[in-house]
Design a protein around this ligand. Structure first.
Ligand code: ZN
Length: 272
């Protein structure tokens, strides 16, 4: 796989060996990876989320549509992949960085696929609904012919875990469901971050368990958030999330926010 960005390329090659080469033109196009002749993955955080493009016989199926501001780059990149029209749009969930250009494609004649109408649609393969995890309406979108699994934000491997609806339990549920759909050759695509495989997903699940358990252990000892974020063990768990791939100016403040949200959701769910 060839990227305009060497760092991304290095990470990609590190994380997967299943996909083949593709190129992206600096600046004008969104970097993308060719999984096979009929499946491409656009990889970008600055433009919103990762996007899946399935090239079907009579048109394209697009999984997620990035931020509104990325519209021109998104359409140019899709045109670089195929001349076929966008026939279907499906979203892994309804957050703006995944749905920003839905309207544009629908106005051009695309049909929105939802969990309700998908079963009647022979074009798209399998969509599995999941328990609440990142949002209340997370979908796993799986393409059996290509063996590609688009996970939306139930999986982000360049950032902190964001299970703000379902907590750790919801996060584990959704990953287990994804692993049921996958085999060792499945190309697993996170909502943000880098393409990986089922081993990458298992590692992420383990990291999540460690992250939440350590935070809740420190919280149970009566430590405040400012003290919790100083914890060495927590920092070493954090490194496993590869979130140095998306550096932040003020790590401590960001970490405080994520620790605070983790405690909040876990306490809330524990009361139920
Ligand atoms: Zn989201």
């Amino acid at each position: 796989m060839l990227f305009s960005n060497t760092f991304q390329a290095a990470l990609f090659i590190l994380l997967t060996t299943t996909a083949t080469l593709v190129q992206a033109e600096d600046g004008k196009l969104i970097p993308y990876a060719k999984v096979d002749d009929n499946f491409y993955v656009l990889l970008s955080d600055v433009d919103g989320s990762n996007v899946g493009v399935n090239v079907a016989e009579n048109g394209l199926i697009i999984v997620d549509t990035m931020l509104p501001k990325a519209g021109d780059k998104l359409t140019a990149t899709i045109r670089d992949i195929s001349d076929k029209p966008v026939k279907f749009v499906i979203n892994t969930h309804d957050h703006m960085d995944h749905t920003g250009n839905n309207k544009y494609f629908l106005e051009l004649g695309a049909t929105a696929l939802t969990q309700d109408n998908i079963t009647n649609n022979k074009q798209l393969k399998v969509v599995t609904s999941t328990a609440a995890s990142h949002s209340t309406n997370d979908l796993l979108v799986y393409f059996p012919d290509n063996n590609v699994l688009m996970m939306g934000d139930t999986f982000t491997n360049n950032w902190y875990p964001t299970f703000w609806t379902g907590g750790l339990k919801g996060q584990i549920n959704v990953i287990n469901k994804a692993l049921e759909l996958s085999d060792e050759d499945t190309v697993v695509v996170p909502g943000h971050g880098f393409i990986t495989d089922s081993n990458g997903l298992k590692q992420y699940r383990d990291n999540n368990i460690e992250w939440v358990n350590r935070i809740m252990e420190l919280h149970a000892k009566g430590l405040n958030i400012e003290t919790i974020v100083q914890d060495k063990e927590l920092h070493s768990i954090l490194e496993k999330f590869a979130n140095d791939a998306r550096p932040v100016a003020d790590l401590e403040r960001v970490m405080q926010r994520f620790v605070e949200k983790t405690i909040k959701i876990e306490l809330k769910l524990a009361q139920k």
